[in-house]
Write a protein that binds this ligand. Structure first.
Ligand code: NAP
Length: 461
């Protein structure tokens, strides 16, 4: 029998999830020097995952990663299988019957919970929902965010919290020429938010912002950033953290915060106020959130291991809207092991493992669903390469028979009434979105409903 990964027996791989880690995994497979056919399966008709639906609309540079993904999609032996949900339209077992291997690159699509009373009151949302809503994600199209009050609180001090703060802080004129969804722009135009409180459970030296994102929050034209200078008196352990060479991002963050603290306050329509060493312990309100109770923390532990410990001292912050931005979490795929505590698929060197830590033949993972929601877009490239290395090392133990990939899947999808969207279909949707954006001076006006996307394909036939 000919070797798997040769012209006679091409390796057929399904990659599930078309965000950054999906495309980098596809690239590593197609450039591996073997004969590999890759089908990139995506539940939406549109590819690019978090780059399309997660990156903030006012950060178009970050979306340039799409240019690379478009080139990957034009490589020979690549197929996009959009509008197909694994676990609903097709099972993992069925995929394994049509492919030699399946790689899960489905990211981390939900948020972690705070676990405090009142968390589910109206007006308390996850950052993920808000981000997906303003980016026009079809599953979040009908979410409602009441922007009629004056005070918003954001819990967490990472880059997602920075994105949410900026979108709330900017004027609509600053957002108008971005690819922000029209419904979000309309809602933000009516926003009465004046104060944005960004709340960290640890200190300024432990904030997770990257420098560029933090600096940007201090330089908004419509909003002044404020930091209490007393909050920048650091304990000895934090000062030692900042002296470590490798921790230059945190050292620069503290420098940026000191600079913000030294500036005059006010003079702009909106205020953004940083809080440190505070944790929400309760959300209070009749019917909807009206107040968040914050408990003051102190840092405990050695440098780089400091954790927030409650002091028992509380304060109350009146607010009309609250976003939890405390990190993403993955969602289980039916038929695939899942570590609910860590919110990811358990793996060893990219191979999916069962509860006994034993690799499951033919199943792999890469990106956030493998390692958790950390790192920038490019971090996923090395991760995809590493998983593909394991997959290729397993070629001798994978099934050696010819597999048909999407050709084998097609009758099954057709019988279930699933309209598969191929890459040429996406080109049609893409062009239509760009054309819709043109009269408004936007790079594109996204379709935010599945039937609009699929309807646009019918019209092109
Ligand atoms: P993140 O960077 O991990 O930040 C999460 C924040 O939530 C931290 O401040 C964390 O504090 C806090 N937190 C966690 N659990 C908490 C709790 N129970 N109570 C209060 N606070 C809690 O996560 P992220 O902001 O979601 O970002 C995810 C990844 O995407 C990051 O790698 C980020 O850099 C990246 N990203 C990049 C960009 C960009 O490049 N422009 C934009 C968006 C996202 P502790 O430190 O104390 O845990």
């Amino acid at each position: 029998m000919s070797e798997l990964g040769s012209e006679a027996t091409p390796l057929q791989v399904a990659v599930v999830g078309s965000g950054p880690s999906g495309f980098y995994t596809v690239e590593a497979l197609l450039k591996s020097g073997r004969t590999v056919h890759v089908d990139l399966i995506e539940r939406l008709p549109a590819p690019f995952g978090l780059v399309r639906y997660g990156v903030a609309p006012d950060h178009p540079k970050l979306k340039e990663a799409i240019l690379l993904y478009q080139n990957i999609a034009r490589l020979p032996r690549f197929a996009f299988v959009g509008n197909v949900t694994v676990g609903r339209d097709v099972t993992v077992e069925e995929l394994l019957a049509h492919y030699h291997a399946v790689v899960f690159t489905c990211g981390a699509e939900t948020d972690r919970h705070l676990g405090v009373p009142g968390e589910d009151l109206a007006g308390s949302h996850t950052a993920t929902e808000f981000v997906a809503w303003y980016n026009g994600h079809p599953q979040y199209r009908d979410r409602h965010f009441d922007l009629s009050g004056e005070v918003a609180a954001i819990v967490g001090q990472g880059n997602v919290a920075a994105d949410v703060s900026r979108i709330l802080a900017k004027s609509v004129d600053e957002l108008r020429s971005t690819d922000i969804a029209e419904h979000a722009l309309d809602a933000l135009a009516a926003s009465r938010i004046r104060e944005i409180h960004v709340i960290g459970r640890r200190g300024p030296a432990q904030a997770k912002f990257t420098n560029k994102e933090l600096k940007e929050l201090g330089e908004l034209s419509n909003c002044t950033a404020e930091v209490d200078p007393a909050a920048l008196d650091l304990n000895a352990e934090s000062r030692a953290e900042l002296e470590a060479k490798a921790n230059f991002i945190s050292a620069k963050n503290v420098e940026i915060l000191r600079e913000i603290a030294s500036r005059a306050r006010g003079g702009k329509p909106r205020r953004l106020i940083f809080h440190f060493l505070k944790s929400p312990v309760k959300l209070v309100g009749t019917g909807r959130v009206q107040e968040v109770v914050l408990e003051r923390n102190r840092l405990d532990g050695r440098s780089f291991e400091q954790v927030a410990r409650p002091t028992g001292e509380t304060e109350s912050l009146a607010c009309n809207l609250l976003f939890r931005s405390i990190g993403y979490s993955g969602v289980a795929v039916p038929g695939v092991p899942f570590d609910a505590k860590r919110g990811l698929i358990p793996t060893r060197e990219g191979r999916v493992v069962d509860a006994a830590d034993k690799p499951l033949p033919g199943l792999y993972a890469a990106g956030w669903i493998k390692r958790g929601p950390t790192g920038i877009i490019g971090t996923n490239r090395a991760d995809g390469v590493a998983t593909v290395k394991s997959l290729l090392a397993d070629l001798p133990v994978l099934p050696q028979q010819v597999r048909k990939g999407s050709e084998g899947l097609a009758p099954l999808l057709a019988a279930r009434g699933v309209r598969r969207v191929c890459y040429e279909d996406w080109d049609v949707i893409d062009a239509a979105e760009v054309a819709r954006g043109q009269p408004k001076g936007k790079p594109r006006e996204k379709f935010t409903r599945l039937d609009e996307m699929l309807g646009c394909l019918k019209m092109s036939r």
